[in-house]
Design a protein around this ligand. Structure first.
Ligand SMILES: NC(=O)c1ccc[n+]([C@@H]2O[C@H](COP(=O)([O-])OP(=O)(O)OC[C@H]3O[C@@H](n4cnc5c(N)ncnc54)[C@H](O)[C@@H]3O)[C@@H](O)[C@H]2O)c1
Length: 347
């Protein structure tokens, strides 16, 4: 099998905990180098994951290595900066979310990829995890009908802030925006994955005193469907759900990256006895991928690698990343009293 020569740029928690263990399981990817401003991190990560070389300067990495692509997981401005340089040097790119700190910068980053035949994938672990892929496949079945309504929740541990993102830990505005850039961007992406483009949002933010970051968000989709979501930045552990109701009649719900429930008429369950609601339940667990924490990392990186090798499209791309940033801006604007805010992407 042909292998793609890649380098890991940024050797912090996510690469060491998830991306590199996943890359080790992917036959199509060959890690030839690591790069981090912190020499110790670059060296230790290279040793741990079998990369022959390490760097502390991405320009030196680009000059000295014969790469097919890079994976970058660093502060968001570094995604945009190093990602754009990689694209300009003809390298395929896997960039973690968010693509940048501001929507304007995410748009510039998107524009840098335009007209190039390079494969770019923005880290969107949720849409790639098998249960969400299964739910999407179920939604495509004739028996599911038209997706009519969407309901989601995303509650996660916090509040906290990554101190190297240039935001102010003592600013309520920055903390609330950080919650979206670090966490909710994932669920905005998976929402668009299931339901298509979002044309407007309206949102209420919890008005409780103290660092109690929570909100309810309403979505209006281009398809005509509607949806809503509860988010909160205070939970003992991640708790995520996405429910899609189809006109079938049918519904499908996914939970915490591993579980799926599905109901439609005629399911082969609950026969010969009383039943209220015939439901198929599935729990994929994580053991199928060598115990790599949370399904989706291996799949998103495999999707990227296969897109390069097979010259096929891959998503989420930088257009999706830019649109997620626009939606974040609109939600925050709405929580400040703007009512329903229309999303207006620039071409
Ligand atoms: N998809 C997910 O589920 C998920 C989960 C966690 C983090 N992330 C994203 O991944 C990114 C990295 O997260 P993390 O937890 O590994 O962060 P981290 O703080 O542990 O590591 C960031 C690393 O980037 C390095 N770095 C900074 N500037 C650099 C540069 N110019 N060149 C090379 N290296 C540089 C730092 O030295 C540090 O080692 C973040 O942007 C975050 O949003 C995504």
């Amino acid at each position: 099998m042909p292998k793609l020569k890649i380098a890991m740029v940024g050797c912090g928690g996510l690469p060491n905990g998830n991306l590199l263990p996943a890359i080790q399981l992917i036959d199509e990817l060959d890690l030839v180098a690591t790069c981090d401003l912190r020499e110790d991190a670059a060296r230790k990560t290279a040793e741990k994951y079998g990369a022959p070389r390490f760097y502390t300067d991405h320009l030196k990495l680009f000059d000295e290595e014969d790469l097919d692509g890079i994976v970058v997981a660093a502060p968001p401005e570094v995604h945009a900066l190093i990602g754009t340089e990689a694209l300009n040097r003809g390298l395929h790119l896997f960039t973690e979310k968010p693509p940048a700190m501001t929507t304007a910068r995410a748009k510039e980053f998107r524009d840098a990829a335009k007209g190039k035949s390079l494969k770019v994938l923005v880290g969107t672990v949720q849409r790639h995890c098998p249960v969400n892929q299964m739910a999407k496949e179920i939604m495509g079945r004739e028996s599911f009908g038209t997706p009519m309504a969407y309901q989601a929740r995303y509650i996660c541990p916090g509040p906290g802030m990554r101190m190297d993102w240039g935001m102010n830990r003592n600013s309520d505005d920055d903390m609330f925006r950080f919650f979206f850039l670090d966490h909710i961007i994932h669920h905005i992406d998976v929402c668009r994955f299931f339901m298509g483009d979002i044309i407007s949002v309206s949102a209420f933010r919890s008005q409780l005193e103290g660092e109690l970051y929570a909100a309810t968000i309403n979505y209006r989709f281009a398809s005509g469907a509607t949806g809503n979501q509860v988010i909160a930045f205070r939970s003992p552990a991640f708790e995520n759900r996405c429910l899609i109701v189809g006109s079938g009649p049918a519904w499908v719900e996914t939970q915490n990256w591993t579980k799926l429930e599905y109901s439609c008429p005629g399911l082969p369950v609950g026969k010969g006895s009383y039943f209220d609601s015939p439901v198929i339940k599935w729990d994929g667990g994580i053991s199928y991928q060598g115990g790599v924490f949370r399904p989706g990392y291996r799949e998103e990186l495999t999707t990227w690698a296969r897109a390069i090798l097979d010259n096929t499209d891959c998503a989420a791309n930088l257009e999706d990343g830019y649109r997620a940033m626009l939606i974040i801006d609109a939600i925050i604007e709405s929580t400040k009293g703007a009512g329903e805010v229309v999303i207006r992407p620039e071409g």
